[in-house]
Design a protein around this ligand. Structure first.
Ligand code: ZN
Ligand code: FE
Length: 238
């Protein structure tokens, strides 16, 4: 399975997953045009849209892409009232399988109550939407601090080599926050210099890995809900 990163809107990432028969899925299509252009250029059979959560910058392309390719939309069972035209509703811990794609659904509430992660176990690839970013985590819009903390704990339990593909290019700004409160973290310093190189060369900072994030992401390094909550508040005003 190949993962192509497609930049959308200001700082969103959509992802196109391609198998060896050119069947494809798109994760969180923010807008239709960049996705359709890529699919046409590469002559893919786009068959599924996978949505991590209902925010418009993650489903904005659903309608037009579905109309063009007559494909199926996969989303969390509790979000059917706010993600239009879902064909396949999925539940926590369910395995979703189609063509050669196989992902475990992990419910990770906090940013929104219906946020899910698609974890492709065989490939060790996770799509974390707006819950886990590189060196950051999503704002808590619908959940509690505790829910978000527990969702991040679930993601920390994924195999260390898991590659994470997240919803926004916030990494540079996130790195400034992490280093401010974690000055002596050498792994973080090393990661920041890699990030600077990528940004300078206009290369997306995806993917990261669970191992890197556990070592460098201050929100994953928080030991208690209290510590996590304080950091989240500080970040909201950073
Ligand atoms: Zn969001
Ligand atoms: Fe978003």
């Amino acid at each position: 399975m190949l993962v192509e990163t497609i930049k959308c809107l200001e700082d969103n990432f959509s992802y196109i997953l391609i198998d060896k028969n050119k069947n494809a899925c798109v994760v969180d299509p923010s807008e239709p045009d960049p996705i359709i252009n890529f699919v046409e250029k590469n002559k893919l059979n786009l068959k599924y849209i996978l949505n991590t959560h209902h925010h418009y910058d993650h489903i904005g392309g659903n309608k037009e892409i579905k109309k063009k390719y007559n494909l199926k939309i996969v989303a969390f069972k509790n979000d059917l009232h706010r993600i239009p035209d879902v064909d396949i509703s999925v539940d926590n811990n369910q395995i979703w399988k189609a063509e050669s794609f196989k992902a475990k659904i992990i419910h990770i509430p906090g940013h929104t109550s219906g946020h899910i992660c698609f974890f492709f176990e065989n490939e060790k690839i996770a799509f974390t939407g707006d819950t886990l970013f590189s060196l950051g985590c999503g704002r808590i819009f619908e959940g509690t601090y505790e829910e978000m903390f527990n969702s991040l704990l679930k993601l920390k339990e994924l195999p260390k080599e898991t590659k994470i593909y997240f919803g926004h290019e916030y990494t540079l700004k996130n790195s400034e926050f992490c280093i401010k409160f974690d000055r002596d973290n050498n792994k973080l310093k090393k990661k920041i210099s890699e990030i600077h190189k990528k940004i300078k060369n206009n290369i997306p900072t995806v993917p990261s890995t669970i191992e890197d994030e556990i070592a460098c992401n201050i929100f994953l390094r928080a030991k208690t809900i209290d510590e996590f909550s304080k950091l989240r508040d500080l970040k909201d005003n950073f």
